[in-house]
Write a protein that binds this ligand. Structure first.
Ligand SMILES: [Zn+2]
Ligand SMILES: [Zn+2]
Length: 149
């Protein structure tokens, strides 16, 4: 399943820790729209209900980094064009041209076709074997580790 262009935009925004409202405050130049209108416009954009034109790309580029080539490819695929999808992390939507920067890891790399090494993998970790139920006290899951900052 190839990510839609709107989803790509949303994931790039979230990867920068920005809310829709934040972005609406940055992209102050969308013509004829007040801030509330911009919020609505961004929601529609992320829901793939607004065509992603060059103007839209230029506008969003002021707010957060994304890979224009990836966005273009996803837009074409979404429009039904038969081309190979770009390689993206399914969680943060980083790509090889636009890797995420992690304080510890440095620049990330894709460790799977759709996952980078800066993103937490939501899978049962090794060493966290559940104890058999031999009483009515369930073991407390340990949330103190493995949380990404
Ligand atoms: Zn990632
Ligand atoms: Zn990454």
């Amino acid at each position: 399943m190839v990510m839609s262009p709107g989803t790509y935009i949303r994931k790039r925004r979230e990867a920068q820790g920005l809310s829709i409202d934040d972005v609406a405050g940055i992209v102050g130049t969308v013509p004829h729209l007040d801030r509330l209108g911009r919020v609505e416009w961004l929601c529609l954009l992320e829901a793939d209900k607004v065509p992603i034109t060059a103007d839209v790309v230029a506008c969003l580029a002021k707010a957060f980094p994304f890979d224009g080539a990836v966005l273009h490819a996803l837009t074409e695929i979404h429009a039904g064009e038969d081309r190979s999808p770009p390689q993206l992390c399914r969680i943060c939507a980083c790509s090889d041209r636009l890797p995420c920067r992690d304080d510890i890891l440095g620049l990330c790399t894709l460790i799977a076709p759709d996952l980078c090494n800066a993103c937490p993998v939501d899978e049962p970790g090794e060493g966290a074997q559940p104890v058999g139920d031999e009483g009515d006290t369930a073991p407390e899951p340990d949330h103190s580790q493995g949380m990404a900052a």
